[in-house]
Unconditional design. Sequence first.
Lengths: 120, 110
Amino acid sequence: QIQLVQSGPELKKPGESVKISCKASGYTFTDYAMHWVKQAPGKGLKWMGWINTYTGKPTYADDFKGRFVFSLEASASTANLQISNLKNEDTATYFCARRLTTVATEFDYWGQGVMVTVSS
Amino acid sequence: DIVLTQSPALAVSLGQRATISCKTNQNVDYYGNSYMHWYQQKPGQQPKLLIYLASNLASGIPARFSGRGSGTDFTLTIDPVEADDTATYYCQQSRNLPDTFGAGTKLELK
């Protein structure tokens, strides 16, 4: 069955970095792009951007340019999100979600989310 | 960016109909499809796809859920509402980047 399994919760201090993984299984990894979505505590969903799993090219939403990096370990069917110079406002749950690369439609499968807490 | 507006909360009795609306500030139709999708999210869980392209039921979703609309006005209907449907419902557009979501509608039981 199709699954996106994300890494575990993280507790970090301001200024540190974090790397979150999203391991896909049950389908051909390169047929679907991987998108990232942020949800701050008690808030709604915010699209962060996506990575083309065939070419490795990332695209970032404006609010996520600079400290955020999407990457792949294609041989392991894994997408990663790295956040550097963490700030308190990065405290959130981060979801990966897949979508067909060729058609901008729905996110049909989501990871379970990773809670990142940034606190001194 | 396309802005999606949802009412924040809705209270419905068990067995009744719930209608959740989503209005956009730009047309999300393109070549015969409406690029509007609906998700259900329960506390501590990831969003779950319910409806894609405005009116298509996602795999495994009961027929109590339905979606309709086009252009800038969309609705998600749950009929009849069951206890397990208490959750927050989000609309999302994929017509233009960046993808944007509504703020969510929290469905509660009376």
